[in-house]
Unconditional design. Structure first.
Length: 295
């Protein structure tokens, strides 16, 4: 399996505190069946991208060396989780915060909502050759209030990632419900762990895959941790996924399922503008190529 979204770089964001914890999490992922992992750290200092990029470059090379020395058999890739803000298009274009130098880039909206103008921002990114991957929409209050927004973005050409622990219910009932809703409507393409710590936010994909298989079948669930992330790492088009569906095509059923109001007056999920709501992180991608440990 391939885990495309993790926070395993120690003493950087809200991930592990030290190298020992990070290596322990890598071993946990191995035991669960993960063979390939992508580091996607947050970077919070939007005005210091260049400085942070150089630090991350050094830290990630060191991480790879330590992992090899510890005998951890993971294939390691580099990525980032880019926090959406007013200058995000310019920043991604200038620093190319993509997954392993591909066209794919993880985007994280503030947990409190999706900002006005998000569709325009995504369209700008795609016009410059990038493919946005929306991180864990099932945990965003904006998408919960207006799930049709994710349909709009996926229909534009975006990709979306669901968290394994959301599918299992470990991140709460609402996240589990929204994850299921997005799955049945062909609105999410990747299952990832979004691992932060060994306890509370551990690595591991198998539980999420098993939960997804009950909803969309074993073959599609497995593809979300194999074929789809591999296509992204290879910078290829995703395998045929079927047409996305608007969750509100059966509006009464959807409202009953997620307990949403019949009307919402808040634009785009109530986002207060760029970066509005609870801030949950930003990130960068290194642009180096180093030797990988192939499992």
């Amino acid at each position: 399996m391939i885990d495309l979204h993790t926070h395993l770089l120690w003493d950087w964001d809200d991930g592990p505190d030290d190298q020992a914890q990070a290596l322990g999490m890598c071993r946990m992922a191995e035991r669960d069946g993960t063979k390939t992992i992508c580091l996607t750290p947050h970077v919070f200092r939007a005005n210091r991208y260049g400085d942070d990029l150089e630090i991350l470059r050094q830290r990630m090379v060191a991480f790879n060396d330590e992992m090899l020395g510890a005998g951890v058999g993971l294939e390691l890739h580099w990525g980032a989780e880019v926090y959406v803000h007013a200058e995000v298009v310019r920043a991604i274009e200038k620093y190319r915060f993509t997954i392993d130098q591909t066209s794919y880039v993880f985007l994280e909206f503030a947990a409190g909502g999706v900002p006005v103008g998000a569709a325009n921002m995504l369209a700008q990114l795609m016009s410059k050759g990038f493919v946005p991957i929306i991180s864990h929409p099932e945990r965003n209050r904006g998408f919960a209030a207006r799930p049709e927004l994710l349909f709009e973005f996926v229909n534009m050409g975006c990709v979306a990632q669901v968290t394994a622990a959301s599918l299992t219910g470990e991140l709460g009932k609402e996240a589990r419900t929204m994850a299921g809703l997005f799955l049945v409507n062909n609105l999410v393409h990747i299952i990832a762990s979004d691992a932060h710590r060994a306890v509370g936010r551990p690595p591991g994909l198998s539980g999420g895959v098993a939960a997804a298989a009950k909803i969309v079948g074993e073959r599609k669930a497995q593809a979300m941790v194999t074929e789809v992330p591999r296509a992204i790492l290879d910078n290829k088009a995703l395998p045929d996924w079927g047409e996305p569906e608007n969750p509100l095509r059966h509006k009464t059923w959807t409202q009953r399922l997620i307990g949403m109001p019949r009307r919402s007056s808040r634009p785009l999920g109530g986002g207060a503008g760029w970066g509005g709501g609870q801030r949950s992180g930003s990130g960068h991608t290194t642009v180096i190529k180093i030797k990988k440990n192939n499992a």
